[in-house]
Ligand binder design. Structure first.
Ligand code: GDP
Length: 283
C-alpha cells in the first residue's frame, strides 16, 4: 500500500471523480508513458462507464518511442483511443483533433440540430505526478493555479476555457496507483511517481539493474563500462556491490543505489519504458 493513501482518502477521491464525471463529455486519463500499465488505476475503468475516454501517454519524451507506439496499438485493440504527449515541451494540438473525433457523434448531433456555441466539456484524471497540472496549463494556454490538487479536496466546479474551444474542469481528478504487484511499486518508485522514502533505494536500484540487464543490456554495459563477466556470473545484488566500488563509493551501497536510480531518471540509459504490453501482471 502506498503510504499517503488511506481507504478514507481513496473513497473520497473516487467519489469526487465519480461526481465530476457526470458533468463532462470526455475524460482525459493521463498516464506516464514510461508506465502505461503501472500508472493507471483500474478503478477509473469501473467508474467511467459509458463515458468517452482518451488515454494521454504523457512524458513520452522520457519513454522508449517503439514501446509508446506498441502501447497505443495495444489500447486501440482494447477499444480505447490514446495519444502520446510531451506536455512539458510541446503543444497539444493533436489532442484537440482526437477529442473532436472521439466526440464526432455528439458534435454532429449539435450541428444537425442547429445548436450554436455548444461547449465540449472535459476533465483530466490520473495518479499524482503524471502531468495533469502541466497538461491543464498547456490546454488553457497560461499558468493557472491548479487548486485542490490533493485527494479528497472538495471544491466548486469551475470551468476553464482552453485554446481549443473545449471547456476543462479546473480541478483534475486524482486517483491512486494500484500496488498489489511489487513490480508495479518498484516501477513507480524508479520513475519518481511515488516518494523515494517508500522503498529502500537498494531494492529499487536492484530492480532497475535487473530490468536494464533484461531489456536494455547493451545500454547498461556501455554506460557503466561493464564486460560480459560483470553481468554473466553475478547476481544483480553483486552487480550493485561492484558498481559501488567502481563509482568510488567504498561500501556506501545506498549512495550507489541512489545514483543508479538517478541515472535512470536522467536518461543516462536513454528513453526507457518499464511496462511492456502483454506482460503478465495478475498474481
Ligand atoms: P500532476 O501531479 O499530475 O499534476 O503532475 P504535474 O503536472 O505537477 O507534473 C509533475 C512533474 O512532471 C513536473 O515536474 C512536470 O514539469 C513534469 N512533467 C509534466 N509533463 C511532462 C512531460 O511531458 N515530460 C517531462 N519530461 N516532464 C513532464
Amino acid at each position: 500500500m502506498v503510504l499517503q493513501w488511506y481507504p478514507g482518502h481513496m473513497n473520497k477521491a473516487k467519489n469526487q471523480v465519480q461526481e465530476r464525471l457526470k458533468v463532462v463529455d470526455i475524460v482525459l486519463e493521463i498516464v506516464d508513458a514510461r508506465l502505461p500499465y503501472s500508472s493507471r488505476n483500474p478503478i477509473l475503468e469501473q467508474i467511467i462507464n459509458q463515458k468517452k475516454h482518451i488515454i494521454i501517454l504523457n512524458k513520452a519524451d522520457l519513454a522508449d518511442p517503439k514501446l509508446t507506439n506498441d502501447w497505443i496499438l495495444n489500447y486501440k485493440q482494447e477499444g480505447t483511443a490514446s495519444i502520446e504527449s510531451d506536455a512539458k515541451h510541446n503543444k497539444l494540438a493533436k489532442l484537440n483533433s482526437l477529442i473532436r473525433s472521439e466526440l464526432a457523434d455528439k458534435i454532429d448531433k449539435y450541428e444537425r440540430n442547429g445548436v450554436k456555441n455548444y461547449q465540449i466539456k472535459a476533465m483530466c484524471v490520473g495518479i499524482p505526478n503524471v502531468g495533469k497540472s502541466t497538461i491543464l496549463n498547456k490546454m488553457v494556454g497560461k499558468n493557472v493555479a491548479v487548486t485542490g490538487n490533493k485527494p479528497g479536496v472538495t471544491k466548486n466546479q469551475n470551468w476553464l476555457k482552453t485554446n481549443y474551444g473545449i471547456d476543462l474542469l479546473d480541478t483534475p481528478g486524482i486517483l491512486w496507483p494500484k500496488i498489489t504487484d511489487p513490480k508495479v511499486g518498484m516501477k513507480l518508485a524508479l520513475s519518481g511517481a511515488i516518494k523515494d522514502k517508500i522503498y529502500p533505494p537498494d531494492d529499487v536500484a536492484i530492480f532497475a539493474l535487473n530490468f536494464l540487464q533484461t531489456n536494455y543490456l547493451d545500454r547498461i554495459m556501455s554506460v557503466y563500462d561493464l564486460d560480459k563477466s560483470d553481468v554473466n556470473n553475478h547476481t544483480t545484488a553483486e552487480l550493485l556491490m561492484n558498481l559501488t566500488k567502481k563509482f568510488g563509493y567504498k561500501e556506501d551501497y545506498d549512495r550507489a543505489a541512489r545514483r543508479v536510480i538517478m541515472d535512470v531518471r536522467n536518461l543516462k540509459f536513454g528513453r526507457i519504458t518499464f511496462d511492456i504490453p502483454g506482460e503478465f501482471y495478475e498474481e
